[in-house]
Design a protein around this ligand. Structure first.
Ligand code: NDP
Length: 454
């Protein structure tokens, strides 16, 4: 670590104690940017990085609602408006019991670089609540979303801040949130993305993150004259991102053998075909069931409970595979998991989730020169198509599915090439982490300098 990064990290830790994932992202970004700041002293003089890591605004609020038994429940809601220099704040809402301010700050900071890479005019934000939609009735989820929007509506708007979904927030939640916003403000406007198709949504938004991840992986493999055809792939998660990663991998002729949820993971030696994927989607999206049921239904599949796995390693990452797509949550690949994957000859790790690989795991992947793409580059297709949804809302016009998919592919290719170019320019060819951090930073930094100290 250089003395600049050491000093910055000491300040960040003393100012933001206990925000471990936020520290992880700041360190990751700062290490990539040392060379850029040395070559461009005006960024250092204007303390651009120090400004970027401080949210422009954080909002925390009480969310009180009534459950089906008539009991009052109290949750905490947040919105972190991280950086608005290249466009209105844009980023997801996460509903999960683990949500706290530090987690949202790490996600919002990743979003600054991700949104910049998409080439679309979007600033960065992230929000959510420590509410768990799992096990709640539709009525409870609706009342929670309405109570959450009762406060959030004051802080968002189509030219100010446009939230989207993330963990625990899908089409159902976006619908309830949008309905309450419309009721409170008496306006039908593109204030949220991920909307339903017949009330302002974009075709392909649901697929975009997952498809984009696979398009990015295909670009990476192409640099080594390889394709996804016939490759064995591990996917984690079984939510919005994982389902469409699996779908596109099947389209590209790959064999997917795993997926998971927080209760455990499934390994299917025969691979997941379209029929099994349709069954999984129905299980997760309609019945809201657990992945164990998949193994009970299909004899070639085995389930391993999260409680049985050791704390040191995740059994999902001990399976042999060519390509790996972590699509569940942060830090789901630790040092030991990364060692297991490398031991089994993994060639490519392409992150669908945000920050799924620990700092130690990431270092191993980079040191072994496998193809490794950080989430902020590889999963940017979701927010990119959200940006296209905003554009369609402004025009009051919808593009066809093929048109959105074509634009998504172009954007993913452009992000891929931008990362490679920036990495090479700063002496680390093939390092997608440095490339994503550098290219994402420069655009935001220049906009901040143009706009003065505010
Ligand atoms: P979903 O809520 O749809 O799915 C999340 C999946 O991950 C579920 O299978 C869930 O299991 C599992 N999971 C969540 N938390 C944990 C945990 N602590 N341990 C083990 N498994 C867990 O979320 P998304 O698919 O939308 O998001 C997945 C990841 O992708 C997140 O990192 C998100 O930030 C990132 N992302 C999402 C985008 C989007 O467009 N949705 C865009 C860019 C990034 P269970 O159901 O049991 O909780």
């Amino acid at each position: 670590m250089t003395s600049y990064v050491q000093k910055l990290m000491a300040e960040v830790k003393s100012k933001n104690p206990a925000e471990l994932e936020f520290h992880q992202v700041v360190k990751d970004v700062a290490e990539s940017l040392v060379a850029v700041i040395e070559r461009n002293p005006h960024y250092g003089n204007a303390k651009i990085l120090e400004q970027i890591i401080e949210p422009e605004r954080t909002i925390a609020f009480r969310v009180s609602w009534v459950d089906d038994a008539g009991r009052v429940q109290v949750n905490r809601g947040y919105r972190v408006e991280m950086n608005g220099s290249i466009g209105p704040y844009k980023g997801g809402l996460r509903f999960h019991p683990s949500v706290n301010l530090g987690m949202l700050k790490f996600l919002a900071l990743e979003q600054v670089f991700k949104n910049s890479l998409t080439t679309l005019p979007m600033g960065a934000g992230q929000g959510g609540a420590d509410f768990d939609p799992k096990g709640k009735s539709d009525g409870e989820v609706m009342r929670f979303c309405q109570a959450f929007m009762n406060e959030l509506h004051r802080h968002i708007g189509p030219d100010t801040d446009i939230p989207d979904g993330d963990i625990g927030v899908g089409g159902r939640e976006i619908g309830y949130l949008f309905g309450q916003y419309r009721k409170l403000r008496n306006e039908f406007t593109g204030v949220l993305t991920g909307k339903g198709l017949n009330w302002g949504g974009s075709l392909m938004r649901s697929e975009a993150t997952g498809y984009g991840v696979v398009y990015f992986a295909a670009e990476m493999l192409a640099t080594r004259n390889e394709t996804l055809e016939g490759k064995t792939c591990l996917v984690s998660g079984s939510g919005k991102v994982a389902q469409f990663v699996i779908e596109k991998l099947i389209d590209f002729g790959a064999k997917v053998v795993t997926f998971s949820d927080s209760s455990g993971c499934v390994y299917d030696s025969d691979g997941i075909d379209r029929g099994k994927l349709a069954w999984l989607k129905e299980l997760k999206n309609m019945r809201r069931g657990r992945v164990r049921e998949f193994a009970e239904r299909f004899p070639s599949a085995e389930f391993m409970s999260a409680e049985v796995g050791s704390l040191e390693e995740n059994p999902l990452w001990t399976r042999k595979a060519d390509c790996v797509f972590p699509c569940a949550t942060q830090n789901e690949i630790n040092h030991r998991d990364a060692e297991n994957l490398l031991k089994n000859g993994v060639q490519l790790v392409c992150e669908g989730a945000n920050l799924p690989t620990s700092s130690e795991g990431r270092k191993l992947f980079i040191d072994h020169h496998i193809l490794y793409a950080p989430g902020k580059a590889a999963n940017a297709g979701g927010v990119a198509v959200s940006g296209l949804e905003m554009a369609q809302n402004s025009m009051r016009y919808n593009w066809t599915r093929d048109e959105v998919d074509r634009r998504l592919r172009v954007i993913m290719k452009s992000i891929h090439n931008t990362c490679l170019d920036a990495a090479a320019e700063f002496g680390t060819p093939g390092n997608y982490v440095n490339g994503a951090n550098i290219a994402g930073f420069v655009k935001v930094a220049d906009a901040m300098i143009d706009q003065g100290v505010i």
